[in-house]
Ligand binder design. Structure first.
Ligand code: NIG
Ligand code: FE
Length: 437
């Protein structure tokens, strides 16, 4: 199939650039590699050629074609941080927070993440899949073609394995592809807290993760998903969750077992999680709101991708966002994600994350797009297959119903995606107008 006549084709692969395919680091962020009147030749789920419409049409005369004139064509969004799978909702807590309750205090009182844990533990795998699928489809319809998805609402071995199994099954079902993360260290399990069991024993739960859960997950993965690389292991490094020493213990153990690493750092307080991520060569450090100049300097010199989640401060109605300009100045690799979760940011749309990033991280639309595609692919180690339009990569593309890429960021609250092409298959979104019978 020849997709042709795109008003702007964003390759995210600047031609002649030595860093082609690599992440866009620091101030180099935002090279879209735009072709006017561009075309993409797709065969067997993959991109075969990218170029000018006239050239590719002449070279492939009999090819079935998709005319996308008037539209922007770009790589599908990669959402590198979501808590996609959970049961129930926290609408009542949203109201409590509007009335003044604080997120971490609700958690310490046995609510927050723990209230979702209660709902998730009692849900069957069928219920979990049924409640998660519509979120996944909303992500797909708004242009996300690959997403990271974390466990973390089980906090006990059996439920965490059920979440892994449900995520593998959703990945298998498609059309959205998932990169899976084990987040047994999302909160201290209620069996080890004052609110849950009348004893405060974070060390006990940290030990359970290190000595029981991680080895079991490693074994389990080898029998249930032998062809996939091991999942990421992530930790919520924060006061009232896992302190720096506990986070280090979990991540060091995970690393020794061969898991690639991620971390939730500096969402509410600066306790050193970002520098720990750099030291342990984590693939990404995420949130990064209260990040110190020292941590920013460390990120800037590292390969650890800095993943910003602007929907989270927005969802919590907080004032501070990721110091993105400082991270770019330091030379860091910046990516964007939704953080889709029931507590702080129930948002499936990377378009909305981009709109926030333009306003509160002061990114240009071009920078935000690069952070949501090629750099996001690096944040989940999928840059060899997705994140840019280059021959050999998967044919994961978006057709936007706008003639200029800057409509992304500029506009918000509606869906600019007209068609999603996933592994060469065209899905119509048709949002924005009605059809009568
Ligand atoms: O990324 N910070 C921890 N995890 C999520 C929130 C999860 C929840 O509240 O359910 C986050 O913001
Ligand atoms: Fe998160």
């Amino acid at each position: 199939m020849l997709i042709h006549s795109a008003t702007q084709l964003l390759t995210l692969s600047p031609f002649g650039d030595a860093s082609r395919g690599g992440p866009q680091r620091g101030r180099d962020l935002g090279s879209l590699g735009i072709l006017k009147n561009g075309a993409v030749l797709v065969r067997d789920e993959k991109i075969v050629a990218v170029g000018q419409t006239a050239e590719l049409r002449a070279a492939h005369p009999g090819e079935p074609s998709l005319d996308v004139s008037g539209c922007v064509v770009m790589p599908g969004f990669v959402d590198p941080h979501t808590h996609l799978i959970w049961a129930g909702d926290r609408a009542a807590e949203f109201e409590m927070r509007l009335e003044g309750a604080k997120y971490l205090d609700i958690l310490a009182a046995g609510g927050g993440i723990i209230s979702t844990v209660r709902a998730t533990r009692t849900a069957s795998i069928e219920t979990l899949i049924a409640q998660t699928r519509p979120r996944l489809l909303r992500m797909f319809a708004t242009g996300t073609t690959t997403a990271e998805a974390k466990t973390g609402y089980g906090l006990q071995t059996a439920t965490e394995l059920r979440l892994l199994k449900a995520l593998l099954s959703l990945d298998d079902e498609g059309p959205l592809e998932l990169a899976i993360t084990f987040l047994g260290a999302h909160a201290i399990a209620p069996e080890y807290t004052l609110a849950g069991a009348g004893k405060d024993d974070p060390q006990g739960y940290t030990g359970l993760i290190c000595e029981t859960m991680l080895p079991i997950v490693q074994q389990w993965w080898q029998t249930h998903a032998p062809r996939l690389p091991l999942p990421f292991v992530d930790v919520f490094c924060e006061n009232k969750a896992f302190n720096l020493a506990q986070s280090r213990r979990i991540l060091e153990k995970a690393k020794a077992l061969g898991f690639p690493l991620k971390i939730h750092a500096d969402e509410f307080d600066n306790i050193g999680g970002a520098s720990l991520a750099v030291e342990l060569e984590a693939v990404s450090a995420d949130h990064l709101v209260k990040t110190s100049p020292l941590d920013i300097a460390a990120l800037g010199k590292s390969e650890t991708v800095a993943v910003s989640l602007p929907c989270t401060p927005f969802g919590l109605a907080e004032r501070d966002y990721t110091p993105a300009q400082e991270i770019l100045k330091a030379g860091g690799i910046l990516a964007l994600a939704t953080d889709c979760n029931p507590g702080t940011a129930w948002c499936e749309s990377m378009q909305f994350a981009i709109a926030l990033a333009c306003r509160y991280l002061k990114l240009t639309p071009a920078q935000a797009i690069a952070a949501a595609t090629i750099n996001a692919a690096h944040a989940i180690r999928r840059a060899d297959t997705v994140g840019s339009l280059e021959p050999g990569k998967q044919a994961d593309l978006l057709v936007l119903s706008v003639p200029d890429y800057r409509h992304l960021g500029y506009r918000f609250g509606t869906n600019l995606v007209k068609q999603v092409i996933k592994r060469g298959r065209v899905y119509s979104v048709d949002v924005g107008y009605y059809r009568t019978a």
